[in-house]
Design a protein around this ligand. Sequence first.
Ligand SMILES: [Fe+2]
Ligand SMILES: [Fe+2]
Length: 289
Amino acid sequence: MPDVAQHLALSQKLQYDDLDWDLARAHGISATEADCLQYFADIESQTVFYMLEVAKLEVARDPELLAFLTIWNYEEFFHAQALTRFLTEVGVVAPDAAARSHDVRRAAQLRATVEDWVQVTLARALPRTFVALWQCWGAAAELLTTQAYEQIMRTTANPVLRELCRRIARQERRHFAWYLEASRERLAGERFAQRVVRKVFELNWTPVGSGVKSPAQVAAQIARIFPGERIYEVLGTIDRRMGTLPGMAGFDVCGRYADRIQALLPVEARVVRRAGVDYGADADGEVAA
Ligand SMILES: [Fe+2]
Ligand SMILES: [Fe+2]
């Protein structure tokens, strides 16, 4: 398990009370930004349920893992709170974070229950492999989330939203770093786990939020956040980083997801992956953790 001490030292409640809300209101946000932030808040509000799903499993009761999960859940909790505050301040009607968490979960109850059942079954049958899979899944999800906040940070005309996204992205990137290192340790020398993880990704990977949103909703939202070829750069970056893990060389699951969803998108939003372009090569503009 990666050393959790560094994360304990850096962990803190996201600061957002000090943001200039008058300035935020003066600039406002676009309809697309409002839509993206609502979606982010929906996903962030579900972290506690993801944590509960894994924390109740015997195999996850490693003290270092539980320490990280505690910090992670604490930090994610305030992401939903901060987004809700921002949306409210700029005049977007947004449910409070607690109501949002409950409503999103209830709407996705069946999908979440099936997912939970699959997790419990896999965890019982193959506990070590399950934890490796869960951590790899976390790494991909956190890197996608990081890039989503960084995308808004780079493109928004609202300076307060830019700062808020910068602060959240720094925490998301730390989460990614932990999950990636944990995955690396968990997969090292474990050929069976490597094969299972790779196969499950190839058969099932969809972006974070798929558990509580429909495939078409997720596809539309991802394409809206990362328009045009940007979707290939972002998902290519995830493929590259995941491809550094033991047994994952040549990982291209995320890029292939981008290919697959094109058919779900409105015609004007579709994009064709250009042959021979290494999309993930230099797209990962990092925000220091
Ligand atoms: Fe978050
Ligand atoms: Fe995160």
